[in-house]
Write a new protein. Structure first.
Length: 90
């Protein structure tokens, strides 16, 4: 089995008080880049667990990237076929 293409995904996190921000970027095989952000807020009474905030913020950023990629793919399908494609929704 051979690899057809690889994607490069980057995630960066910043912490500001009770707020964690994740910035995500993916470079696709066609050279395009997509960017997204995700956020997590820690309640002031919760213990500080940076890893948990990163996981939540990162997951939200990746979910946004996934949505953007689905939209891009469906636009390309529509353009190639001349018909409207119907993305799956959750």
């Amino acid at each position: 089995m051979s690899t057809l293409v690889g994607w490069h995904v980057e995630l960066e996190f910043t912490e500001d008080g009770h707020r964690t921000t994740a910035a995500a970027m993916v470079r696709l095989g066609d050279g395009s880049e997509m960017r997204a952000r995700g956020y997590a807020m820690r309640h002031p009474s919760d213990p500080e667990q940076l890893r948990v905030g990163e996981e939540i913020a990162g997951a939200r950023a990746l979910m946004d990237l996934a949505s953007q990629m689905l939209q891009k793919a469906h636009s390309e399908i529509d353009e190639a076929t001349g018909r409207h494609s119907y993305p799956l929704t959750s």
